[in-house]
Design a binder for this molecule. Structure first.
Ligand SMILES: [Mn+2]
Length: 197
């Protein structure tokens, strides 16, 4: 089974997280940050990766450490659950519309961590949530999952829609890229013979 659990405790956050890549998108999310819970919930739902995430962070300061550290732990868990990456589809890309917003996501489960993030927000906050933390999450996830991830919002106006299009785009890209390719089951999709950098 492609599952992993991560426990990560620092002076800033305490995180328990479990994923099942072959799940149905079942989510139990509690980070103490309402908007972030909403984003993680739809990340699980649309990726069909089961996610159990409990985080206690220093949210009395702001949400930065909590969002970043959940991104780190989720990236580590996905990487661990992928194992030797045998049989995976590896690449995925799509355009994710949400009302007036359109975001393009391209993903390579490469073992080479890299983020290109071309998404801008016209406002600093969505409720209490700093919009700049969307990028922080994607950066932490990409580096720790060991994936090449490109996110670009082509157009959009509403900050909630823009954030949601990024998370749903990542979700759908992950769903496609981690899926086992039946034509190549058992193979590692690399001419090097391994994916791991
Ligand atoms: Mn929403």
């Amino acid at each position: 089974m492609r599952k992993a659990s991560i426990t990560r405790a620092t002076k800033e956050t305490d995180i328990r997280l479990a994923v099942n890549l072959d799940g149905t998108g079942k989510a139990a999310i509690a980070t103490g940050v309402g908007f972030f819970d909403h984003m993680l919930d739809l990340l699980a739902r649309h990726s069909r990766i089961d996610m159990d995430i409990a985080a206690k962070g220093d949210t009395h300061i702001d949400f930065h450490h909590t969002v970043e550290d959940v991104g780190i732990a989720l990236g580590q868990a996905v990487r661990q659950a992928l194992g030797d990456m045998r049989g995976i589809t590896r690449y995925a890309s799509l355009h994710l519309p949400m009302d007036e917003t359109l975001t393009r996501v391209a993903l390579d489960i490469s073992g080479r961590p890299f983020l290109v993030f071309r998404t801008e927000f016209a406002v600093a906050k969505i409720g209490e949530f700093d919009t700049e933390l969307v990028r922080e999450f994607f950066q932490a996830f990409a580096i720790n999952a060991g994936v090449t991830l490109h996110v670009e919002t082509l157009y959009g106006a509403n900050a909630h829609h823009i954030a949601e299009s990024c998370f749903k785009g990542l979700a759908r890209a992950l769903r496609a890229a981690v899926a086992i390719d039946p034509a190549a089951a058992g193979e590692v999709p690399s001419t090097k013979g391994s994916l791991g950098g």
